[in-house]
Design a binder for this molecule. Sequence first.
Ligand code: NAD
Length: 556
Amino acid sequence: MSVEEFIQTYANHPVYFSPKGPRLHAKNWPAEAALRMFLNNISHDVAEDPERLVVYGGIGQAARTPQDARKIVELLLTLEEDESLLIQSGKPVGKIRSHAEAPRVLIANSNLVPHWATWEHFNQLRARGLMMYGQMTAGSWIYIGTQGILQGTYETFAACGRRHFGGDLRHKLVVSGGLGGMGGAQPLAATMAGATFLGVDVDPERIKKRLESRYLDTMTYDYQHAMRLVLAARDKGEAVSIGLVGNIGDVLENLVRDGITPDILTDQTSAHDPVNGYVPHGMCLPQALTLRQQDPEQYRQLSLKSMARHVGYMLELQRRGSCTFDYGNNLRAFAQQGGEANAFQIPGFVPEYIRPLFCEGQGPFRWVALSGDPEDIRVTDEALKDLFPENVHMKNWLDHARVKVAFQGLPSRICWLGMGQREQAGLLFNQLVREGKVKGPLVIGRDHLDCGSVASPYRETEGMKDGSDAVSDWPLLNLMANACGGATWVSFHHGGGVGMGYSQHAGMVILADGSERADRCLRRVLHNDPALGIYRHADAGYETAQQNAREFGLDV
Ligand code: NAD
C-alpha cells in the first residue's frame, strides 16, 4: 500500500482509524506502534471531537492541524530504525539520528517559559497556529478512551467509601459535574463501587456518548425526574447512574434549596480551562460557543464567577455533610480567582486517597492490543491473574472490567500496578507476543498522572510532606530516565489536568513486540519509571516510600 493509499484509507480527515492485524505498514514495529496509537487517539470511537482533533480534556489534541496529522502519518510510515521523529506541540518538525533502542518519537507539548506560562499567552500562540494543548495522554498518543481513568475513579470512590462509610456505598448518592472523556468514567466507577450516581453535563451529546459506551444507565433533561430516579434508587440501595442535562452550578443550587445532601460530591467539568472548557452559568451551550469565539475575555470573567458560585454551593453541601473533594480539574484555584475565598477548604483527591499508592510506585499502567482483537486482552487479563495470584484486589478489578467495560478503538486495559509488578507484567506480555499467544504486539503506557512523572501542586503533588509541591525537576528526570531506558516514545507536557502554569509532566509508551530488544527496553523502562515515584516520595519524607526504596534496592 502506498503512503497516499494508506492516508486515503486510515487518515482521511476527519475519519481516522488504526489498522489492525499482523501486517506492517511502517518500516518497523516501533514506528507502526506509534502510528497505530496516534490514529487510534483521534479515531471517532476514541476522541471526543475528531473534526477538531480534540481527544479529551477540554481542547486536548493529538496533532495541531489536519495537515500536521497527515504529515505525522507520512513520516511514521517511512521512519527508519535509527531515526527519531520530533513533535513540537502536535507538529512534526524534524528527525534526528538515533539507534534501535532509542525512542522512535520525542514529543514536547504546550511547554512555555514559566513567566509566560498563562492561558492568555498560550491562547495567543494557539490562535497564531504556533501551539496546541496536549493535555496528558492526548498529545502523547496513549489515550484509551474513558476506561483510562475508570479504575482510578473507582479506586477513589472505593477509598472514600472505606474512609467515611464503613466500606459500603450502597444507599449512598454520589453527585458530580462533567460527563466528558474522563468525567464520563464517574457513573460506571460509582456504580461498580455500589453507589447511586447523578452526573450533570451541559452537553447532551456528551451524555449520549456515555450511554452508547455503556458507562451510564439513564439520561434525562428534567431535574425533577432525575431526582425522583436517584432518590428512589438510593433508598433501595440500587447501583444505577443517571445523566442530567444541565449546568452543574444550577443543579447544586437546586439541591441546596431542596435540602438534598449528596453523600459524596465532586466535579469533573473542564474547569482547568476557563475559556475553552467550562461553561458559565446562565447561558445555554450554543450561546457559550458563540461568546467563546466573540469575546474570550468576557467569557473568562463569566467562567471564573460561575466557578466561584459553583464552589460556593459545594462548600454549603460540604457543611451539610457531603464528603466533598476536588477531582483534579483545578476548579478551586479558578473559583478563588472568581471570588470564592474558601475554595481550598475542599481537599484534593490525591492527598486524600491516592498518595499512599504513589509511595508504592503504583500508577495507571495500561496496555493496548495492536492486533485489534479483543481476545488478546482476555489473554493478558488471565496471564496477569496467574502472575499475581495473591492479588485479590487486582483479580476483582480485572473480572469487573471484563464484564463492564466496552472497548473504544483498539482493545485496551487499565490496571494500576506498582514497583516490581510493572516490570514483571511487561516481560510477561513480551513473552506472550513472542510465543504467539496473542495475535500481535502490545503497547504498554500510562497516564502522566503517575507516581514519579508529574509536578502539579493542585493535584498530584498537592501538600507534599516537605513542601516540594512545585518542584518540576522530577518529571524532567522521569522523561530523561525513560528516554535513556529506551521507551518507544516519550513526551513532556505543560498544563495537563489543571491548565497553563499549574503543572509539568512526562509520558512514556513502550512496545512489547516479542523481540529481545523489547525485553531489554522493558526491563529498564518498567523498572526506572515507577522507581522515580519511589525516589520522589522517599526524598519528600514518606516512610512507606523509604521502606519500599530499601525493599527494591533503590536507597542511595
Ligand atoms: P472533557 O472536556 O472531555 O469534558 C468536560 C465536560 O464538562 C464536557 O462534557 C462539558 O460539556 C462539561 N461541562 C463544562 N462546563 C460545565 C458546567 N458548568 N456544567 C456541567 N457540565 C459542564 O474533559 P474530561 O476529559 O472529562 O476531563 C474533565 C476534567 O477533569 C478536566 O479538567 C481534566 O483536566 C480533569 N481530569 C481529571 C483526572 C483525574 O484523575 N481526576 C483525569 C483526567 C482529567
